[in-house]
Design a protein around this ligand. Structure first.
Ligand SMILES: NC(=O)c1ccc[n+]([C@@H]2O[C@H](COP(=O)([O-])OP(=O)(O)OC[C@H]3O[C@@H](n4cnc5c(N)ncnc54)[C@H](OP(=O)(O)O)[C@@H]3O)[C@@H](O)[C@H]2O)c1
Length: 324
């Protein structure tokens, strides 16, 4: 296999994408990040080997141009919400199923072989999967596996890091609500650090022995938490101690329905509640062989405290005889 130098990172402007771009840039790889809006991707330009291209990745000709000349592709395109549908809504179908298919076809046309495709933990646990998100991710994986590409599929559990939406959302909510009714309170998660996901992507692209080709790996951290424990941890780090009341799934679905009616992306959808019907922990899958996985209990309280809890700064200011 030729050494990989040029990489197209689809979804490179997102939460995981930014960490992936940083990791690949550090290793000296040249990165192209397509985006719908140039301004929303500018932060990745802090990497000198990174360029942004404003493009519609769902357009066949635009996708051909993006893939042309690359040595590898990382596919991080993913959405959390969609309208309803069987087996999944239109937005899930377009981004999770049709896009990987179109991407692999474009790669075949442009003679680009290598792809690292980011899927999600929980696939194959129940068939059919309990949510549209997981069902569409399942079919997306199948499209990649059916292609002629040299693929690796990575399945992360929920991903944490300074800019995550999961723990930060609970920290923010705990600032607003002293009582938190919580569906899926006992659902289990095995969160993985965003930097570790990025390391795994780089390891795939620099894998000289080709051991990662045609393999599927789980990406999970060293600790398992229930959702209620994660909410408590986020709230405590934000300096709050809300009363968490576990509620049955149908109540959670009513809450989510109300959130879906609000304008913009909902904090939680009914489909997200369905995803939590199965635990998000590693079972029979192969763990990606990283030397070390970072624990959430050490890293997350630090970045949540820094963003949401200024009381420790107040203490510091007091001891330094300074006012807020
Ligand atoms: N975060 C997690 O906890 C987690 C866990 C398991 C699996 N995953 C998977 O990992 C991947 C990356 O997740 P992430 O959390 O980094 O996502 P994210 O922050 O939402 O980023 C997704 C990126 O996709 C790009 N995108 C392009 N076309 C899009 C479209 N039509 N609709 C929405 N986005 C579009 C966006 O770029 P522009 O806005 O610049 O166009 C955005 O930067 C996804 O496949 C996700 O399913 C994530």
């Amino acid at each position: 296999m030729n050494t990989i130098k040029n990489v197209l990172v689809i979804g490179g402007s997102g939460f995981i994408g930014e960490a992936v771009c940083n990791q690949l840039a550090k290793a000296g790889l040249k990165i192209t990040v397509p985006t719908r809006r140039y301004d929303s991707a500018k932060h990745v330009l802090t990497n000198p080997t990174c360029q942004i291209v404003q493009a519609d990745i769902h357009d066949r000709a635009a996708l051909n141009r993006l893939v042309d000349g690359q040595d590898a592709v990382v596919n991080l395109l993913g959405v959390l919400h969609s309208s309803g549908g069987k087996p999944y809504g239109k937005r899930f179908k377009l981004n999770h199923v049709e896009f990987p298919k179109a991407l692999c076809a474009a790669m075949a046309r442009q003679h680009v072989k290598r792809i690292v495709h980011i899927s999600a933990l929980g696939i194959g646990v129940e068939n059919p999967a309990p949510s549209m998100y997981l069902r569409s991710k399942t079919d997306g994986e199948a499209a990649v596996k059916d292609s002629a590409a040299h693929w690796t599929i990575l399945r992360p559990s929920v991903v944490f890091g300074r800019n995550d939406s999961f723990l930060n959302m609970f920290a923010k909510l705990s600032k607003l609500a002293p009582v938190m009714p919580l569906a899926g309170a006992y659902a289990k998660f095995q969160p993985v650090f965003v930097g570790d996901v990025a390391k795994a992507v780089l390891a795939c692209l620099t894998d000289k022995n080709r051991d990662t080709i045609h393999s599927t790996f789980d990406l999970v951290g060293p600790e398992v938490f229930t959702l209620a424990e994660l909410v408590k941890l986020s709230a405590h780090a934000a300096g709050k101690n809300p009363l968490i009341i576990p509620v049955p799934n149908f109540v959670g679905k009513c809450q989510a329905f109300m959130m879906e009616l609000a304008p913009g992306e909902p904090l939680m959808s009914r489909d997200n509640v369905d995803s939590m019907k199965i635990d998000n922990v590693r079972t029979a899958g192969k763990l990606f062989p990283l030397e070390h996985y970072e624990p959430l209990s050490v890293l997350a309280p630090e970045y949540i405290r820094a963003r949401y809890n200024s009381s420790w700064l107040d203490e510091f200011r007091k001891s330094a005889h300074r006012r807020g």
